[in-house]
Design a binder for this molecule. Structure first.
Ligand SMILES: [Zn+2]
Length: 197
């Protein structure tokens, strides 16, 4: 514990052979109920799909996750810009590389394609709504549809594409959601500080 160096570069997963590892105490990976708890310097197994535990294919996917104490969201009520600046400062980050199987890799690509299609369709509708001579009612419905398209595209862009999520991050550990329960079953139980959520 005493020789933990938060500034150490992340371990290189290319030569890990899919082993758990990278941290100074064992694999640096544990399970707390439905969450994966990891030492922030640990690496995830590159040979297993993080979503379903099937053999992973292709290059691991890089996911940069961030998290801050939910109390900071109260600042949104006060001022969105103040919140955005505070969140940039207080958030903690973890940089992961997750394995994905063919199914989950292509599912993610479909979500990305769908999100972009919705946004492009929304831009098209907005352009028609603003430039064409239409009755006020039709123009308003087109613009309403466009706004819904932007929102849906944005939500899918965030939630469909993220694969895994950071549920909590402290100075040393990260709690990760969205990990296969089969994969969690292979991990030792976590006995450190609890997940607060
Ligand atoms: Zn999978």
């Amino acid at each position: 514990m005493s020789d933990f160096n938060p500034y150490a570069p992340p371990a290189d997963i290319s030569d890990s052979g899919g082993r758990w590892g990278g941290a100074d105490d064992g694999g640096g990976l544990w399970r707390e109920r439905f969450l994966l708890v990891m030492d922030r310097t640990a690496t995830l197994p590159a040979d297993r799909c993080i979503v379903c535990n099937a053999p992973a294919t292709g290059k691991p996917l890089r996911r940069k996750l961030s998290w801050h104490t939910p109390w900071w969201y109260l600042l949104v009520l006060f001022n969105l810009l103040v919140y955005a600046i505070a969140a940039m400062i207080v958030r903690r980050k973890v940089d992961l590389r997750v394995g994905l199987c063919d199914t989950h890799r292509s599912r993610r690509r479909w979500w990305i394609a769908l999100a972009w299609s919705l946004v492009l369709a929304a831009i098209g509708l907005l352009a028609i709504g603003l430039t064409t001579r239409l009755t006020d009612g039709t123009a308003a419905s087109l613009i309403g549809l466009a706004v819904s398209g932007f929102l849906a595209g944005g939500i899918i862009g965030i939630y469909g594409v993220r694969v895994v999520t950071a549920k909590q991050i402290d100075d040393r550990y990260a709690w990760i959601g969205g990990v296969s329960s089969k994969l969690l079953d292979t991990l030792p139980d976590w006995s450190g500080p609890k997940y607060h959520g």
